[in-house]
Design a protein around this ligand. Sequence first.
Ligand SMILES: O=C(O)CCC(=O)C(=O)O
Length: 323
Amino acid sequence: MDLDGNRILLGMTPEQRQDFERDGFLVLPGFFKGEELERLLAAVEDVAGRVRAAKGLTDQDHFAVRNALAHHEAILDLIDHRRVLPLVVDAIGWNIQIRTSHLDYRPPYPEHIQAGEVGVGKGADHAAGYRNLVWHADLCGPYLFEAPSFDGHVPFMEIKVGYFLSDVTQPNSGAIRLVPGSYRRKPAELREMGGRVPDDQVLELNVEPGTALLWRTATWHCVTPNLGPLTRKVIYVGYHYRWLRPTDYVRQDPKLVDASSPIRRQLLGELATGGDLMGSDPLWEPASQQWIPFNWDDVPLKAWAEARAREQLAGREQGEEAR
Ligand SMILES: O=C(O)CCC(=O)C(=O)O
């Protein structure tokens, strides 16, 4: 915040921030190109080969990998990518860690499988195990997180960055569908609508490889079947507050943590300085440092964000003086 209480943006333009507030997401075409995109695609194929070997799958089979960051360095490098982090902090702040990172690998449907109605979850494809996710908002549902809802709305708990690495420009090629602005609607409304959303409220993200999507995961979304000729390849990285519990891990592999930078250690759910997660007196006065740390150096994204905000302010002031 500046002295007038205005949010200082670290990566987003004011227009992007407005779009994000209005729609619940930002689409960033051409986010990865050239070598960066090639590296991610090679990583996906490398992981895919290992998954197939481990699970006895064929190259026609679809699968998802969770805690994907632990399976390839190129995926790990996404979590604090220099162009991603400022956007993430603008969206959700610095008091964060990774909840989940996942890879979705979805070859074209075999000819004999008929797609059911998109977003509804009934059809031969669902019966055959194809995961064309139905319309939903994340972190809510009949058994999950409804207690802390405010007046039936989903509190702001998480954002994800999606990286669409394959061509999903054609309708029904495995693209995500979104309902702009729906993070402000109650999940109960979606249920009352029978889990169907009228077409005029829906945006299907038919995007080129290398597009990124920064989004509040309370935005209603579903996935189309892959009726095209190409394999759908998407990676998502989800960031939530440090005081929530991740889904992909209790603690990440110590080798991975030890080899990580302080900011990366924070994002992996650890204290950047390597201290005890339960504080300095874990036996008699345990105090989760994922709530309020004794030492803010344990949460280095705070200082990182503040330093960047100061730079932005100084730049603004210099600009004003030059006028
Ligand atoms: O695979 C996708 O595009 C969407 C995945 C999804 O529903 C989610 O991340 O919650």
